[in-house]
Design a protein around this ligand. Sequence first.
Ligand SMILES: [Zn+2]
Length: 248
Amino acid sequence: MKIGLICGQEINELINDSEEIIVETNYGNTLINFKKLENNDVFFINRHGENKKIPPHNINYRANIQALKSCNIENIISIFTVGSMKKTILTGDFVIPNDFIDFTKSRCLTYFENDRVHIDMNNPFCPSLRKLLIESCKIVDDKKIHNRGVYLTTEGPRLETSSEINLFSNYADIVGMTLVPEIILAREQNMCYAALCVVSNMAAGLQNELKTDEISKTFIDKKPVIINLIKKSIKNMENKKKCKCNKK
Ligand SMILES: [Zn+2]
């Protein structure tokens, strides 16, 4: 099976000895690292680009998703670092979100700029792929897993104010800058999409000043578990139940 893997952080341990492919799309080129993993074909993209320096509001989301689509990928597992807006969700925890809220402001959110196409968003995350991720979390036995959660996407690149977090936390659980429009574009392409969110910090008002390296430090600390979890998910992909994501 062909699986897309998108991440914003380095997971070189997972893509060592991979083959680099440049995929041309209508929106620009995307670098994909291809590798056989657990008997599946894995196509890895760092969403921040080849040099990993593109900020969230400038990421070429449309090229990234179209590149995976043109490789005939049906399932995408996307990995994020997020802030927690809830005292019950702590740094180092995992969240498998079931819904999202879009607070972005200036991004291209669609492939259908000139068509009247309105994609259904009742189930933005693939229920079957979410279940598979949740099952993998149980196997790796990391106790801090939240099976549901609402991911609110901000425009960034600045972090949120305490008052914003106070407002957002009434409606969402975790906050980050990169889920939207990635998930919307995957839905527009009828692909199965699920997210593994690693809580790297508590949001404004719930902890003292956030230092940028704190975000990557938590990810690095959790990396062995994340890699184990992704490998289990890839290995179990053949057990994924049927879903309706590929129906228009
Ligand atoms: Zn699906």
